[in-house]
Design a protein around this ligand. Sequence first.
Ligand SMILES: [Zn+2]
Length: 265
Amino acid sequence: MPLFDTHAHYYDEKFGSPEEQETLLCDVLKEVPRIINCGITPSTSEICLGWAKKHAGLFAACGLHPENISGSRAENTKMLDQISGMLDDPECVAVGEIGLDYYWTSDNREEQKSVFSSQLDMALEKKLPVVIHDREAHGDCLDIVSGFRGRGLKGVFHSFSGSPETARELIKLGFYISFSGVITFKNAVKPVEVLKILPEDRILAETDCPYLAPVPFRGKLNDSRLMRHSVAKIAEIRGTGFDEMVRITERNAVSLFEKCTVLNP
Ligand SMILES: [Zn+2]
């Protein structure tokens, strides 16, 4: 039963040199045959596209992450133009990782909102789903995506940390909610509450590796092979079997990321 990791960052230097990163990726793909590698800048998005062309089952998301926004508006416009140019690539399956982060950087909220909205527009125009990072910005994220109501915007809130009330609103807007290793943490109260109230067809699973390794590997280097611990926990909370939850999350991932339906041999 194949796992599908909908959110990873294999170009991260925590995985070593570019050669070591790619070697690890090849090993991981043998166990987890579908992975979406998410860019956070134009250069990392370019790496994701390059690797997606070389490795069957590996797909790319291209986007400008809120932590990587520049203080210069001209620089942000240039980076958005570069991202926009990548979205027509057949290997690009989503616009991401994009969103708002008021935890690390809260002094540039207006610019974050503007860059986020621009990328949602781009996704709509290119008919691609979005992968959203929302850290301590639940109200503003909900406001912004609500502005796209009825226009066919699809996407996922990854490793979601908001309340069940916010999750309910996002579900009404057509979004999916994704769970990382955080769901296995003892202090993960809200994610467990959210998981319990979600419709079955909106649940996704991910690693966000190299970060957020699940228990019993919390704090260690994460990779897609450890995702089975998170999926086992998701299954336990939802009262289903492990294989059934693998099937559910895989089916949901393919229905959101439509370009990932073809699993190359
Ligand atoms: Zn991420």
